[in-house]
Design a protein around this ligand. Structure first.
Ligand code: ADP
Length: 546
């Protein structure tokens, strides 16, 4: 074969450090604002961020680490955490963000598995760290992210971040290396067995940042002020610490305070335009603004994902002038796979039909490909009706879990574990996680559909729909409800009202057989409803029809 003619453009590797150096060069006044554990609001520019990230890279050189060595973090969203993101990945090391909401045993497992050499943590996690230190003997240093004067006494050997970087000059040049080098590591929350690591590369991260900023994705720009409420330990805050620098948008980092009043205060005081978090966070904020009769001055877009965004929540936020961008993704997808946006051909449709499209999980952003298959891996039609196992592929989709012996792919595709349909316009709709599907008399009932209806009821705060064994139908849906506070109705009356609420909204045979009330629906470390736990709790529940 004759040799191909190569293009003659620069072969600049796609490196995470270039996001920072470009922002520092071309958006030098860009502000990064953080609510600190110290109690105040801290602000500096992206130039300061780069200076301190370089000091950190220099300080880490003292440990003679190797390219790819893992450096752990257990921290909220804040400027020091951002310095670690860039200082660690930028110097060729791997930034391993650990979810501190997991059980200590799970965290210890993750730290050992990742072979973290140094761990940076927020002081609010010091008690947890003291439990972890004896469990993780291979970690060389534990470094607390707080002003030195505020360091808490400890019997363990704990260093201070500011002291750690204090004597470095910041005179450091980001190294250039292969864009396929690993940059960061995130473990799935382990709802299905031991947590598994997704190891991102510089290339996958930069490509994901480009794609997620597109107009039909999150539509980010230099006119935005971005508040990632989704934690930096949850799939890199959905890539916002990278994509905000890519577009040159001001970044507001909320620290540990994620309650309605604290988030509202930042949205207003920092003139935030764009935010991102799982639905449960917005439920808290909506309750607060309603109770206080407040409104938003600048906040106009929010990306909601991680679990299905209930249509009722979308409508409420829209009434407050906030466009809800419903997105779907997962740790194994860096995380964004699809985003719900209209096409030109949708613009002539009526509002109701447009809403139905926007309530789905959306279209792929270029780079990701998706398909649905049946149990024999036959591809199913994209007709909006056929549903099957959702598979994806693309440059920011996982190929193999960290340290796994075999590929995670089937036939070259990554099986997501979600069940969905895709319509002819490419709009994908998740009906369930495959393990949450309710199989009733050979038909599948979508638990998400039923939950979406239930949370539209004025007295329902949160709803989980689970399957309960049934002698005739195999499984039937049971609705587990967390009520809003201060209701006058008795449980019996409310139950009848909720079941009546379903009439006309879903097919008769899909209406749940029963409703139970609990004080709090248990959530996973990433804010999803713990259906496994609920299924266990209600496995012997007597349905009224039996
Ligand atoms: P884990 O909780 O297992 O660590 P992730 O946080 O990566 O995993 O969550 C990925 C899963 O979350 C998806 O496979 C899907 O089931 C669910 N998910 C994410 N976004 C949405 C959405 N918009 N609608 C419904 N489910 C979603």
């Amino acid at each position: 074969m004759t040799q191909a003619l190569l293009g003659q453009m620069m072969n600049s590797p796609l490196l995470i450090s270039s996001l920072l150096s470009s922002a520092a060069r071309h958006h030098s006044k860009l502000e990064i604002v953080s609510r600190r554990a110290e109690g105040d609001i801290h602000r500096y520019t992206v130039v300061d961020l780069q200076f301190r990230a370089k000091k950190l890279a220099q300080a880490l050189e003292r440990f003679h680490l190797h390219p790819g060595s893992r450096i752990g973090t257990m921290a909220w969203n804040g400027y020091r955490h951002l310095e670690i993101y860039y200082g660690v990945s930028g110097s060729g090391l791997v930034c391993h963000t650990i979810n501190p909401r997991l059980f200590p045993e799970q965290i210890a497992y993750i730290i050992q598995h990742a072979e973290d050499e140094i761990i940076f943590f927020d002081q609010s996690f010091q008690a947890l760290v003291e439990v972890l230190i004896p469990l993780c003997p291979n970690v060389k240093k534990w470094i607390c992210l707080i002003d030195p004067a505020l360091m808490q006494k400890s019997e363990k050997e704990i260093d201070n971040y500011e002291s750690f970087i204090a004597h470095e000059s910041g005179d450091y040049v980001w190294p250039t290396f292969d864009e396929n080098w690993a940059s960061s590591l995130c473990y799935t929350s382990g709802t299905t067995g031991n947590p598994k690591g997704a190891l991102y590369s510089h290339r996958s991260t930069v490509l994901h940042s480009y794609a997620s900023a597109l107009p039909d994705s999150l539509s980010l720009s230099a006119t935005d002020v971005i508040l990632p409420v989704v934690p930096m330990f949850h799939v890199n805050a959905w890539g916002l610490p990278y994509s905000s620098l890519l577009v040159g948008a001001k970044l507001v980092l909320p620290g540990a305070k994620l309650d309605g009043p604290s988030i509202y205060e930042l949205l207003e005081s920092e003139k935030v335009t764009f935010s991102a978090a799982v639905p449960t966070i917005w439920a808290g904020l909506i309750q607060y603004i309603k109770s206080q009769n407040l409104s938003f001055s600048t906040f106009n877009r929010v990306v909601i994902g991680g679990s299905a965004c209930p249509p009722a929540m979308m409508r409420t936020l829209q009434e407050y002038g906030v466009e809800v961008i419903h997105a779907w993704g997962m740790t194994e997808l860096s995380p964004i796979g699809t985003v719900a946006k209209l096409k030109a051909s949708d613009l002539s449709k009526n509002i109701h039909d447009q809403e139905i499209i926007l309530q789905k999980q959306g279209r792929v952003i270029f780079g990701v490909d998706m398909r649905i298959v049946d149990g024999n891996l036959n591809e199913l039609a994209q007709d909006g009706k056929a549903f099957g196992d959702l598979q994806v592929k693309g440059p920011w989709v996982i190929q193999q879990y960290f340290k796994a012996n075999e590929s995670a792919l089937i036939d070259g595709w990554f099986p997501t574990g979600d069940v969905s349909n895709i319509d002819a316009d490419g709009n994908m709709q998740i009906t369930d996680r495959s393990k949450d599907v309710i199989k009733s008399g050979g038909e599948w009932i979508s638990s998400i559909d039923l939950e979406n209806v239930a949370v539209g009821h004025p007295s329902v705060m949160m709803a989980a729909c689970i399957s309960v064994a049934h002698p005739k139908w195999d499984e039937r849906p049971l609705l587990v409800i967390e009520k809003k506070l201060d209701l006058d109705l008795s449980d019996e009356a409310l139950k009848a009202d909720i079941l009546q609420f379903f009439v006309g909204k879903v097919a008769k045979w899909c209406i749940p057989d029963d409703v139970v009330f609990i004080d709090k629906i248990p959530l996973t470390a990433t804010g999803k409803m713990q259906k496994l736990k609920l299924r266990e709790q209600f496995k012997n529940h007597q349905l009224p029809s039996l």
